[in-house]
Design a binder for this molecule. Sequence first.
Ligand code: ADP
Length: 302
Amino acid sequence: MPPVIEARELKKIYGSTLAVDGIQFSVRKGEIFGFLGPNGAGKTTTMKMITCVSPRTSGTLQVLGRDPDRDPAAIKARLGIVPQETNLDPDFTCHGNLVTYAGYFDIPHEKAAKKADELLEFVQLQDKRDVAIDKLSGGMKRRLILARALVNAPDLLILDEPTIGLDPQARHLIWERLRLLQAQGNTVVLTTHYLDEAARLCDRLVIMDNGRILVEGSPADLVKQYVGDEIVEVEKSIEILACLKETGMGFELFGDTIQIVTDSARDVARILFENCQPKKLITRQATLEDVFLKLAGRSLKE
Ligand code: ADP
């Protein structure tokens, strides 16, 4: 089956800014594919090229088998887009927003009205059907934008930071809907700077930084390949460092923290407690944050 999106040497230059620096990726049908990276990594710019909003500077790009520079209208008709900004129309109700949007796809009014009700139910906003936009919470607005993106029954759903600024409960609701959409056969592409979002949702992802793709893979494989299973962290001190060297254990320093990557955090913790008397010790699973730290040399949150 041909990929839903295929990019090669894709580049975008704004004036003197190299926003996207020759990236390569391909999205398969039915997967949730993520672009994870810090602010300024080039994620939104990549989405803008995919959604025919901004032309590429060079490279090749195919979306649903077509070139966004040549066939933008045909591509846009088959895309569902959730932009980063909340650009709902304040003059309409929830239902009105969906029906108005359906008009851009030449969906007849009666059909659009019915579809709008179905979609309001899908995003659990049926109670807010006739409510004005300014009466909605942030999470409700994001859900309405998701419903709006589904009005034209798209073949590909693109979301730019779908849960930015939302509380945990509101985020979980969106994640659950996205998983449901995937289960119904949809292909979903999203950008995020949230590690937990990427780890929970994405089948595969790329980690971007400074316009480039650092790595690509499934969250679990990336963590395993670039970091390991578990991590033990102890506070740095001269005594601990000396003791660790004596045990022969490998470790890395990150600021005031000593990290030991291991298959068994419990065994390492036991050895440290028995031999080194650490003041503070924690054990945890390795995460995508550790992958980013290792590859980019800094935290994703900085
Ligand atoms: P992300 O979505 O990962 O936060 P962006 O794609 O928004 O990153 O930005 C990538 C880089 O391109 C940044 O350095 C940003 O300042 C720059 N950039 C984005 N949009 C524009 C624009 N319209 N004009 C000039 N520079 C831009």
